[in-house]
Ligand binder design. Structure first.
Ligand SMILES: Cc1cc2nc3c(=O)[nH]c(=O)nc-3n(C[C@H](O)[C@H](O)[C@H](O)COP(=O)(O)OP(=O)(O)OC[C@H]3O[C@@H](n4cnc5c(N)ncnc54)[C@H](O)[C@@H]3O)c2cc1C
Length: 414
């Protein structure tokens, strides 16, 4: 058994560190207001929308990342990607998370960037959606969750019905000619990451079957200027970069057959087959963040003295660090094992969920221990710990809550 990191992961990490130093760090210095103590106030306007200057920084990094070959790294070569496997991507993600808050999260595009779900695009859709996305010219969003259904998203209320064609001018100006058939989407989505800025959304709607059926859900590619589609309230969230989550409204939103991704009625099952990679990335990200917080805390515990001794010499402190270091190593091996199984084409539902579950717990535990070890200093905004404390919480909720991961693990067992 070889536990060393694959050489490709080591090389990419090194290249990314150089890229961050040369291309990203100067922007972090120039736009310090988007990273400093008052970052939230500077990033959004009074309507909670991200300000143009912030959007431009993100776009600049995205374009530089495309040029350097990091963007769309996990996508296949045939669409211009790097064909990097799940394990390599996750290990690189772990190293990227092991650093102070910065703009590096824009390097891969996050929820707005390329996703293997779009490999279901036909030739024309590849040209219209996937290629510009791979080139960093446009962004997307994944619109599944609704006000009434999150964990049970397949019970969705959003529907799409087939209808006679309206004139093409009522649809997006760039929409291609269709064969006369259109679909009319009605419904609402919530908490959609990158929803306010996406050039097109991957929207899931029921097209046939009964409430709760996994089949009978279709994925539509809806462009931002499509009549009947509107961005609603921009949510105010707890700890993530503000201004990125929104409600999306579909009110008699007409789209053409050419905007169906993959097969009619198969959108949900197709999208779910890709979700495991996302769970592993969250676990890897948690390990990187936890390692960053542990290293910071160890250093502090060595230096900070109370009652004439470094606090790290007290078991009350050192045992917290020992526990955290053990949890980090456990979760690291767990996500790497899950990724290795996936890359080998083995069923890994249980392991993906275990990694996501433990990763989400770890991110929260690490922020809590780091704050405790740092005492009052950890609670203040001068250090990044309080930000980590707030941003870690969502890991237990999105991409499947803790309880849904346990449900999946139990189902695989029983
Ligand atoms: C910051 C953020 C970004 C997001 N981005 C996106 C996005 O880009 N696209 C998108 O589509 N969605 C997105 N989501 C939505 C996210 O996926 C859902 O919030 C999540 O799946 C949970 O759904 P819910 O909020 O409706 O909670 P619910 O499903 O209502 O769950 C409420 C509680 O009940 C528990 N529960 C539910 N069912 C069971 C069960 N069977 N057994 C035990 N416990 C159960 C849950 O674990 C939870 O504790 C985002 C959410 C957040 C917070």
């Amino acid at each position: 058994m070889d536990f060393s990191e694959p050489s490709e992961a080591v090389q990419i990490t090194k290249a990314l560190e150089d890229f961050i130093e040369q291309e990203v760090a100067p922007l972090e210095q120039e736009y310090e207001q988007f990273l400093g103590q008052d970052y939230e106030k500077h990033i959004v306007d009074e309507n909670h929308r991200q300000v143009p200057a912030y959007r431009e920084v993100v776009e600049t990094i995205r374009k530089k990342s495309v040029e350097a070959g990091f963007y769309g790294m996990t996508m296949p070569e045939e669409v211009g990607g790097g064909d990097v496997d799940i394990l390599t991507r996750a290990i690189v993600g772990e190293h990227m998370a092991n650093r102070p808050p910065g703009f590096h999260s824009a390097i891969f595009g996050g929820a707005g960037g390329p996703t293997p779900i779009l490999l279901a695009c036909d030739e024309e859709q590849r040209e219209r959606y996937l290629q510009p996305l791979m080139d960093g010219e446009i962004t997307t969003c994944f619109a599944l969750t609704e006000p009434g259904h999150g964990s049970d998203a397949h019970h969705m209320d959003t529907v799409a019905e087939k209808s006679e064609s309206h004139s093409d001018s009522e649809r997006s100006g760039t929409a291609a000619e269709n064969d006369g058939d259109e679909w009319v989407i009605n419904g609402q989505k919530v908490y959609i990451t990158n929803g306010p800025y996406a050039d097109f959304a991957m929207v899931f709607a029921r097209t046939s079957g009964e409430d709760g059926d996994l089949h009978g859900i279709t994925c539509f590619l809806v462009e931002a200027d499509n009549p009947g589609f509107e961005v609603g309230t921009i949510h105010r969230s707890m700890g993530m970069t503000p201004g990125q989550h929104a409600e999306l409204h579909f009110d008699d939103c007409r789209v053409g057959e050419d905007q169906i991704l993959g097969e009619v009625d198969q959108g949900f099952t197709a999208a779910m087959s890709w979700i495991g990679g996302g769970r592993i990335n969250i676990a890897a990200n948690s390990v990187g963040t936890a390692q960053y917080l542990l290293d910071m805390s160890v250093e502090y515990a060595r230096d900070r003295e109370t009652f004439d001794k470094p606090i790290g010499h007290r078991q009350g402190v050192s045992f917290q660090l020992a526990d955290l270091a053990t949890d980090i190593e456990q979760t690291r091996q767990l996500y790497r094992y899950a990724a290795w199984k996936m890359d080998n084409g083995d069923r890994a539902r249980k392991e993906e969920s275990m990694a996501k579950l433990r990763g989400a717990e770890l991110a929260n535990k690490a922020a809590d221990i780091a704050m405790q070890v740092h005492g009052g200093a950890g609670y203040m905004k001068e250090l990044p710990i309080e930000r980590n404390y707030r941003s870690a919480r969502v890991f237990r909720i999105f991409e499947g809550t803790d309880e849904i991961q346990k449900r999946t693990i139990a189902r695989e067992l029983i």
